[in-house]
Design a binder for this molecule. Structure first.
Ligand SMILES: [Zn+2]
Ligand SMILES: [Zn+2]
Length: 263
């Protein structure tokens, strides 16, 4: 499996992806907003885009569908319940569906509500798993919930699906927000040495060659995975004294999400 992360360089800081079967050169494009860049990359490498996956219905993820389908005839895949919000879906996905790319790549569909209620993440079935997580999980952060999502659903997705992924799972999000997100982590947990070190490393990184984190690393630097950290809880209590000294993890997650909205 080849993973090509494509930096769009747009104001929304979107990442697009091509997932390629090394044996056949067939490729699946994830959220190919910058269809020109995706097509040029495929052409340069001799790859054929045969499928498009939209992680969710927002325009910065679906905006490239039309020209991409016109250029390639690719099939469009998205959450089964997104039929009314994404035009022209060929294959509606449910949790547990397996998408095949060429001969050698298999991707498992995860139903991951929260950012919106029809959001799909893809998990590669490879020795070193890769997670394509759209606007659900970002490097050092979590997606917002104010355009069709629900914070409680986002918490459930983190707790019951993402937190259980293998430590070596590589994270490929829909946007480059790592700098801001690390600053939020440090705002919430000023003594997080790993976040501090990483921030100096990525502050001036070239998004064309962005750092790829793992789940293990996210659990150190992503405040939305650090719900039991005494430092996170102590900082949170200054703003929400009534949560007590042993708040449950859902309460901590929801308060963090609320603070991130206006941070
Ligand atoms: Zn979105
Ligand atoms: Zn987005």
């Amino acid at each position: 499996m080849i993973v090509e992360q494509i930096w769009t360089g747009n104001a929304y800081r979107n990442f697009n992806y091509l997932i390629v079967c090394e044996e056949t050169g067939e490729a699946l494009a994830i959220d190919p907003l910058d269809h020109r860049k995706c097509l040029a990359t495929a052409k340069k490498n001799g790859w054929t885009i045969t499928q498009i996956l939209n992680t969710h219905e927002h325009g910065d993820h679906t905006g490239g569908n039309k020209p991409m389908i016109a250029a390639t005839g690719a099939k469009l895949l998205a959450h089964r319940n997104a039929k009314n919000t994404i035009a022209g879906i060929d294959i509606g996905l449910d949790a547990g569906d397996v998408i095949t790319v060429g001969r050698s790549v298999e991707l498992l569909a995860l139903d991951t509500p929260g950012h919106t209620m029809t959001h799909i993440c893809l998990l590669s079935k490879t020795d070193e798993p890769a997670l394509f997580c759209g606007d659900t999980l970002f490097n050092a952060g979590a997606g917002n919930c104010h355009n069709g999502g629900h914070p409680q659903a986002m918490y459930e997705t983190f707790a019951s699906q993402l937190a259980g992924l293998d430590d070596n799972t590589r994270i490929y999000p829909g946007h480059d927000y790592i700098g801001n997100n690390l600053e939020f982590t440090l705002n919430r947990e000023p003594d997080n040495a790993a976040a501090k070190t990483l921030l100096t490393e990525v502050q001036h990184q070239d998004a064309n060659n962005a750092l790829v984190t793992t789940i293990a690393q996210e659990k150190e630097i992503n405040t939305f995975f650090r719900l039991h950290s005494p430092s996170v809880i102590a900082t949170l209590r200054k703003e929400f004294p009534d949560i007590g000294d042993q708040p449950d993890s859902e309460t901590v997650f929801l308060k963090l999400r609320e603070l991130r909205n206006s941070w």
